[in-house]
Design a protein around this ligand. Structure first.
Ligand code: C2E
Ligand code: CA
Ligand code: CA
Length: 578
C-alpha cells in the first residue's frame, strides 16, 4: 500500500513569519488535524508542528502569553517524516519503528516528486492502513498456512495410500492393527492373495494386471462399510474388521467376499479370471501380538493356497505343524548344502550260515541345526516332496561308498532308492560313475525300491531298473506286502530279492494273517527264483519261524542296529543262528 492512496489533508503549510499563535488557533479551529507542515520559500518542508505538542504548550498557565508571538520555527517536532505518494507504508513504517519504537509519528508530510509540499497525512490514518494491510497479510498468511497444511495432508495421504489402487498401504494398515491390539478390540484380519495373478501379468502385460488389482481394490472397498481394506504389495491385499468375533455369520460374509473377489473381470483382452485365496486370523483368539497375528493369517493363507485357493481360518494344530514342516525343510536344505547327512549301516544276515551277507545303508541326520533328531520316516518323505531326495541320496551314498572301501569290504551294499529317482535316466550313469571312482563292484550294489503309489507311470522306472540290472546291480523290492501292486511289480521287474516288511514279521507271532503273508512271500520268492529277506527281526522266536519257512536273509535288532560306524555294525555275528 502506498501513501498516495491514503486520505491527504491539503492544508496550507506554515512558513517563515508565521507565529505560534497562528498554529495554535488553527489546531483549535480544526480539531481533526494533527499536524501541520512548515515549509521554506520554495515550499520544501523544513519540519512540522504537532497538534498535541502545541496545544499542550498553549494550555499551560502562561502558555499563550509566553509563546503566542514566537516564530513557529521554534516549535518544530524533533522527527519529521517526509514521504512521497509512491512510497510504501510498510517501508516507511519499518524505518520509523526501527528508529523509534515508543511512539508512532503524529503525521507525515507528503511532498510531490519535486520535493515540494503537497499535504499532510494523519499518523493514525497510516497506522490504520497498516493494520488493515496487516490484516490482509495475516489473512494471506493464514491462507498460506491452510494451503500448506492441506499440501502436507495431501503428501501424507500420498504416503499413506497405495498409488495404484487408492487403498491404504501396508504401513497404515499395520498401525490399524496396532490400534486394535492397544484397545484390546476383538477383530479379524483377512489376508487376500490373488491366484494366477503372476501368470496373468506375464501373459497379458502389466496394464491388464493393474486393471485386475484396481478391480480387486474396488471390490474390497465396496464390500463392507465396517471393513478397512489395504493393499500390502503386489497382489496381496488385507482387510481388517474391528469389533468382530468369530461366528458363523461373519464366516458366511467372508465366504461372500471370496465369491465376489473370484468374479471375472473385464479388461482389455476380454474377460479375465483370477481366483483369490483368503487367510483369516482372529485377535485375540488366534494371536495376541501383531507379529503372531500376521503370522497366523499368513499360515492360514498358505493352507488356502496349497488347497488351490479358497478360504481358511487359522488353525493352531494344522498351521503350526505346517510351520514345523517348513522349518524342517529349511533345515534339511542347510544340512544338505553343509553335507551333514550320514549313512548308517545295518547288517543283513544269511540265516543259514549266520554270516553277514551285506549292509543296508540308512540315512541319518543328527545335525546341530535342530533341537530334535528327525527320523528318516520324517525327512525322507519331506525330501521327496521338496525335490531334495536326489541330493540326500548322493550325499549319503558318497559317504557310504567311501566308508565301505575304507573298510575293505567285499559284501553287498543295499541302497534305498526313491521311485522318483528311478524316473531319471541319468541315475544309472551317475551311480555307475560313482561306483567306479569309489572302487566298488557293481555286483556288490543292491538297489532297494519301495512300491508306492508313485509307480503310476512305470515306463521310465522299468527302463531305469532294467538298465541297472543289466549292469549287474541287483534289485530288491522293499517293504513287500504294504503296497497294492506287489504282484504286478514282481512280474514286470528284474527283481532278485523280496524284503518282507517288518510289520508282518513282528505280528507273525500273534496274527494268523501276518503269518500267511510271510509264508506266502517266502513261497513267492522261491517260485520266482528270488531270495527273501525278513526285516525287523527282533526275537529268536521270529528267527526260528523264518528259518523254518526257508527265508534266506534276516535283518533286525536281533542281529544289529543301524550304526554310523561300519566297523561296529560288522561286529555282531548271528549269535542266535545256531
Ligand atoms: P526301510 O528301508 O524298511 O529300513 C528299515 C527300517 O527299519 C530302518 O528304519 C531301520 O532302522 C528299521 N529297523 C531295522 N531293524 C529293525 C528292528 O529289528 N526293529 C524295528 N522296529 N525297526 C528296525 P529307518 O532307518 O528309520 O528308516 C525308515 C525308512 O526310511 C526306511 O525303511 C526307508 O524306507 C527310508 N530310508 C532310510 N534311509 C533312506 C535313504 O537313504 N533313501 C531313501 N530313499 N529312503 C531311506
Ligand atoms: Ca530299505
Ligand atoms: Ca523295508
Amino acid at each position: 500500500m502506498f501513501f498516495g492512496t491514503l486520505s491527504i489533508v491539503r492544508t496550507k503549510p506554515l512558513q517563515g513569519g508565521d507565529l505560534f499563535r497562528d498554529a495554535a488557533d488553527f489546531f483549535t479551529a480544526n480539531p481533526n488535524i494533527k499536524i501541520r507542515a512548515v515549509v521554506d520559500k520554495e515550499r520544501r518542508p523544513v519540519g512540522a508542528v504537532s497538534r498535541t505538542h502545541l496545544l499542550a504548550k498553549a494550555s499551560g498557565k502562561f502558555g499563550r502569553a509566553l509563546f503566542d508571538n514566537r516564530d513557529i520555527h521554534g516549535f518544530l517536532e524533533d522527527k519529521t517524516y517526509v514521504v512521497t505518494a509512491d512510497q510504501r507504508l510498510t517501508d516507511v513504517f519499518a524505518d520509523v519503528s526501527a528508529k523509534d519504537v515508543t511512539s508512532a509519528p503524529e503525521g507525515y508530510i507528503l511532498v510531490g516528486p519535486d520535493g515540494r509540499y503537497e499535504g499532510v497525512i494523519d499518523g493514525l490514518v497510516v497506522l490504520r492502513a497498516l493494520l488493515s494491510q496487516n490484516a490482509t497479510l495475516i489473512g494471506d498468511l493464514n491462507r498460506e498456512v491452510v494451503d500448506r497444511r492441506s499440501a502436507e495432508e495431501d503428501a501424507r495421504r500420498l504416503a499413506d495410500t497405495d498409488i495404484l489402487t487408492g487403498l491404504i498401504n501396508r504401513r497404515v494398515f499395520i498401525e490399524a492393527l496396532d490400534h486394535c491390539i492397544q484397545a484390546n478390540d476383538p477383530a479379524v484380519l483377512v489376508f487376500v492373495d490373488l491366484d494366477r495373478f503372476k501368470y496373468l501379468n506375464d501373459k497379458y502385460g502389466h496394464a491388464v494386471g493393474d486393471d485386475v488389482l484396481c478391480k480387486t481394490a474396488e471390490r474390497l472397498a465396496d464390500w463392507s462399510a465396517d471393513a478397512l481394506p489395504a493393499r500390502l504389495g503386489g497382489d496381496e491385499f488385507a482387510v481388517l474388521i474391528r469389533h468382530a468375533e468369530r461366528n458363523q455369520d461373519l464366516l458366511n460374509e467372508l465366504e461372500q467376499l471370496h465369491t465376489l473377489l473370484c468374479e471375472p473381470t473385464v479388461s482389455k483382452p476380454g474377460v479375465v479370471n483370477v481366483g483369490a485365496s483368503l487367510g483369516i486370523a482372529f485377535y485375540p483368539h488366534d494371536a495376541t501380538s501383531r507379529g503372531d497375528w500376521l503370522h497366523a493369517a499368513d499360515k492360514a493363507m498358505a493352507r488356502a493356497k496349497s488347497n488351490n485357493g479358497g478360504i481358511k481360518c487359522f488353525d493352531a494344530a494344522q498351521d503350526l505343524a505346517h510351520d514345523k514342516q517348513s522349518q524342517l525343510s529349511d533345515a534339511l536344505r542347510t544340512a544338505i548344502s553343509n553335507n551333514l547327512l550320514q549313512p548308517a549301516f545295518q547288517p543283513i544276515v544269511d540265516i543259514a550260515t549266520g554270516e553277514i551277507s551285506g549292509y543296508e545303508v540308512l540315512a541319518r541326520w543328527n545335525g546341530p541345526e535342530l533341537d530334535f533328531v528327525p527320523t528318516p520316516s520324517e525327512f525322507i518323505p519331506l525330501a521327496e516332496r521338496e525335490g531334495l531326495i536326489e541330493e540326500v541320496f548322493w550325499c549319503v551314498t558318497r559317504k557310504a561308498f567311501k566308508a565301505y572301501t575304507d573298510y575293505g569290504l567285499d559284501l553287498k551294499l543295499a541302497l534305498n532308492v526313491s521311485p522318483i529317482q528311478c524316473r531319471n535316466r541319468q541315475f544309472v550313469s551317475r551311480l555307475e560313475e560313482l561306483a567306479r571312482r569309489s572302487g566298488i563292484a557293481l555286483k556288490n550294489i543292491e538297489v532297494e525300491i519301495t512300491e508306492t503309489t508313485m509307480f503310476r507311470d512305470m515306463t521310465d522306472t522299468v527302463a531305469v531298473l532294467q538298465e541297472l540290472h543289466e549292469l549287474g546291480v541287483s534289485l530288491a523290492l522293499d517293504d513287500f506286502g504294504t503296497g497294492y501292486s506287489s504282484l504286478s511289480l514282481v512280474k514286470d521287474l528284474p527283481l532278485s530279492k523280496l524284503k518282507i516288511d517288518k510289520s508282518f514279521v513282528q505280528s507273525a507271532a500273534t496274527s494268523r494273517n501276518a503269518r500267511k503273508i510271510v509264508s506266502a512271500a517266502v513261497g513267492l520268492s522261491k517260485a520266482l527264483n528270488m531270495k527273501c529277506c525278513a526285516e525287523g527281526v527282533e526275537q529268536n522266536s521270529q528267527l526260528a519261524y523264518l528259518r523254518k519257512l526257508g527265508c534266506e536273509y534276516g535283518q533286525g535288532f536281533l542281529f544289529g542296529r543301524p550304526d554310523l560306524d561300519l566297523s561296529r555294525a560288522s561286529l555282531p555275528r548271528l549269535k542266535a543262528a545256531g
